[in-house]
Design a protein around this ligand. Structure first.
Ligand SMILES: [Zn+2]
Length: 381
C-alpha cells in the first residue's frame, strides 16, 4: 500500500495500523481520568522501551496525567514540540457498541481513530524510529501528550504554552482535513451558550394552566440551528438539552447547551449578539441566555508559518505526495502554541467523521504522513 514511497520510508502500513488499533482499543474519554491514564501508561512504557526521557505530570481537576517524551539528544535547547491529545469525545463502551474497530478496504473505523489517535501514533512512531536508529534530528524533539483537549485543555494549557515558548517549531497531530490538507491557520471565534427556559409546571391533565418550557425550547433549537451557514463556516450546535420532571407534568423548566464556531471575529460577534437577542415566542415563558467566549486565541498564518509549510511541502513532494494547507476552525491546541512558535496543525492521517460514529481514517495515508513527520524531525533546525 506504500505505492511509490516504499523505498524511502522505514514504516510499514500494517505495523502502524496495528498500533493505531491498540490505541483505539484503550478508550480514553476526556472526563475519565483513569481511562486516559491507561493510555498514558502504555505511551510511557513504549517511550521507556525506546530510550526516550520522560516527565509525567499528575492530573488534576478530574483529568488525566500529562506526559512529555523527549529525545535523548539536544538537551534543553529550543526544539520541535509535537502536541498530541490522547483524549476522545467517545464514552467508554463506544468501542463495543456503536463503533468497533474495523477495517473495510482502505478505511479503518474506531472511536478517536481520526481525532486524533492516528496522528499521535504516527508522530510517536517517527520519534521512536529516530531514537532507535540513533537519529538524531538537528533539534531536540519533545512530544507532549495531553489528556483534556476535547474539553478545551483546561489543565494542560499551561504546559502546552510553556513548551511552545521554548520551541523553534510546533507540530500538532490533529487530523488532516478536506482530503489530506494540513492546517496552517485556525482563526475566527468560538463561544458557548447556556439557555434556560422557564415556563409553568402543571399537571398534564390541566395543560391549559401550564406553560411548557420544553415546547419553547424546541422552537429555540430550530431558531438557533438555522443560524448555521456552512458556506461561510459558521456553525451553531445545540449539543445538550434537558427539561421536565415527569410525563404527567407540563414541564416548567428546560435548558440547552450550545456551541458556536465562526470563521472571523466579525461573524463571531454578530452571532453572539443574535443568540443573546433571542426572545421567547410565548409571553408567559421566559428565556435566559448567557454566553462565554472561547479562550483559545486565533492562529494566523505568519511568514514563519508559511516558510515552515513550504519546507513541509517540499518534503512531501520528495516522499511523493502533494501537501496543501487550509484554514481550520478555532478549537485546537495549535491556537495556544501559534502565539509562541510557528505551528503546523493537521499533521495526522487523512480521514473524516471526527466526534461522530463513522469516525475513520484512510489507511493508505498512515505511511506517507508518518514519513513526513520523520523527515520534519530530521531536517528542522
Ligand atoms: Zn482533536
Amino acid at each position: 500500500m506504500n505505492d511509490g514511497i516504499s523505498d524511502m520510508t522505514p514504516f510499514a502500513t500494517q505495523a502502524l495500523l496495528d498500533e493505531v488499533k491498540t490505541w483505539v482499543e484503550i478508550e480514553s474519554p476526556s472526563i475519565d481520568a483513569v481511562a486516559v491514564n491507561r493510555l498514558m501508561d502504555k505511551i510511557e512504557a513504549d517511550a521507556n522501551a525506546a530510550g526516550a526521557s520522560m516527565k509525567r505530570i499528575p492530573g488534576r481537576d478530574g483529568y488525566g496525567d500529562q506526559l512529555l517524551v523527549t529525545s535523548p539528544w539536544g538537551g534543553e535547547e529550543p526544539g520541535v514540540l509535537v502536541v498530541s491529545h490522547v483524549d476522545t469525545v467517545h464514552p467508554v463502551g463506544t468501542l463495543t457498541r456503536e463503533l468497533p474497530f474495523r477495517v473495510e478496504g482502505d478505511i479503518a473505523y474506531g472511536p478517536g481513530i481520526y481525532d486524533m489517535k492516528g496522528g499521535a501514533v504516527i508522530a510517536f512512531a517517527a520519534l521512536r524510529h529516530l531514537i532507535r536508529v540513533g537519529g538524531p534530528g538537528k533539534l531536540p524533539i519533545r512530544h507532549l501528550f495531553v489528556p483534556d483537549e476535547e474539553v478545551g485543555s483546561p489543565t494542560s494549557r499551561e504546559l502546552i504554552e510553556e513548551e511552545a515558548r521554548r520551541a523553534s517549531y510546533v507540530l500538532v497531530t490533529e487530523p488532516a482535513r478536506d482530503g489530506g490538507k494540513i492546517v496552517t491557520s485556525r482563526k475566527g471565534g468560538t463561544a458557548t451558550f447556556d439557555l434556560t427556559v422557564t415556563g409553568r409546571s402543571e399537571h398534564s391533565l390541566h395543560p391549559k394552566n401550564g406553560r411548557s418550557a420544553v415546547r419553547e425550547l424546541a422552537r429555540q433549537i430550530l431558531e438557533l440551528e438555522s443560524m448555521s451557514d456552512y458556506d461561510t463556516g459558521l456553525t451553531v450546535n445545540v449539543g445538550v438539552i434537558g427539561g421536565g420532571t415527569s410525563t404527567s407534568m407540563v414541564p416548567g423548566h428546560a435548558y440547552a447547551k450550545i456551541s458556536m464556531s465562526a470563521p472571523d471575529s466579525e461573524i463571531t460577534e454578530k452571532t453572539i449578539a443574535r443568540v443573546l437577542a433571542l426572545k421567547s415566542n410565548d409571553p408567559d415563558v421566559t428565556i435566559e441566555i448567557t454566553a462565554e467566549r472561547g479562550r483559545r486565541p486565533g492562529y494566523e498564518k505568519s511568514p514563519e508559518i508559511e516558510a515552515l509549510f513550504q519546507h513541509a511541502r517540499g518534503l512531501a513532494a520528495e516522499i511523493g505526495f502533494v501537501l496543501e494547507g487550509v484554514n481550520g476552525p478555532i478549537g485546537g491546541d495549535a491556537n495556544f502554541t501559534a502565539q509562541f512558535a510557528p505551528t503546523l496543525d493537521g499533521m495526522g492521517p487523512d480521514g473524516k467523521g471526527a466526534h461522530g460514529l463513522q469516525e475513520q481514517i484512510s489507511i493508505s495515508s498512515l505511511v506517507p504522513r508518518a514519513t513526513l513527520l520523520l523527515r520534519l524531525f530530521e531536517t528542522l533546525g
